[in-house]
Design a protein. Structure first.
Length: 258
């Protein structure tokens, strides 16, 4: 029986809709920490693992940064933590200034990070931290426009000392004394978020690394073995040795292990 033009159009439209639905179901899940930093140093972490910071911009005196970093690789099913650590730009200054000047934040300083799930063209914010500077000059987490970070559910705030790097751990050509300021204070904001439907990464069932001497020795040997493979330039052996991490990277980014 001959189909009408209208029927053919409906069949074509139905086919397109079915393809779109199938494609949506097969779309790769990505979870990224989308951040925006203004007039400050800020480090973005997922379950304690740093994804990105704006250290270069802070050293240059700008303190800006807008981008995103892959968070899925460090997330697991159940309870997770996203962290933003913020510090004043004065810490990176080469000028001779007092301690209070180094600690002082600019009034417009801030750091915002949104843990965002992306699938196809759809996106959803899973958790968010918005850090601003209060009238007292101290960073706080905004909640409904009020300075009540202490009342924010599942949020912890504390002051910590930033990571320091001693000369000799970085080649002299690249070492800059003000890149990792000594005694730099950071305000650490950590938000808990529960997730499900994520890949079951092998690291979630591995023995925790606590820095015991035998663990450090095993880690040194593992890196040495890998270094020998790099020296041999044997791609097949390298891929086999790094199979677990390469597979995880491929899943979390949509790329191949190559």
């Amino acid at each position: 029986m001959m189909r009408t033009l209208f029927q053919w159009k409906c069949l074509i439209l139905l086919g397109v809709m079915m393809m779109s639905t199938a494609n949506a179901a097969n779309e790769l899940l990505r979870i990224r920490s989308v951040f925006d930093i203004n007039s400050a140093f800020c480090a973005i972490k997922t379950n304690g693992v740093i994804g990105l910071d704006n250290r270069h911009s802070a050293v240059a005196g700008r303190g800006f940064g807008s981008s995103s970093t892959n968070a899925l690789l460090f997330l697991e099913n159940g309870e997770n933590e996203i962290t933003a650590e913020i510090g004043a730009l004065g810490w990176f200054s080469k000028e001779t200034i007092g301690d209070e000047a180094r600690k002082s934040f600019k009034p417009d300083a801030g750091c915002k990070v949104a843990l965002t799930a992306l699938k196809g063209k759809e996106s959803k914010v899973l958790s968010q931290l918005t850090i601003a500077i209060g009238k007292d000059g101290i960073p706080y987490a905004q909640s409904g426009g009020e300075e009540d970070s202490a009342k924010t559910e599942n949020l912890s705030v504390k002051k910590i000392t930033a990571q320091e790097v001693k000369k000799g751990h970085i080649p002299d050509d690249y070492f800059r004394g003000n890149k990792f300021p000594v005694g730099m204070e950071l305000y650490q904001f950590t938000q808990k978020v529960n997730l499900r439907g994520l890949p079951e990464w092998k690291w979630t069932k591995a023995a925790p690394f606590t820095g015991k001497p035998e663990q450090i020795q095993a880690l040194k040997i593992a890196y040495l073995d890998l270094w020998h493979l790099f020296a041999e330039r044997n791609n097949q052996k390298i891929k086999k040795y790094l199979n677990e991490s390469l597979q995880a990277w491929a899943i979390s980014t949509g790329n191949s292990i190559d």
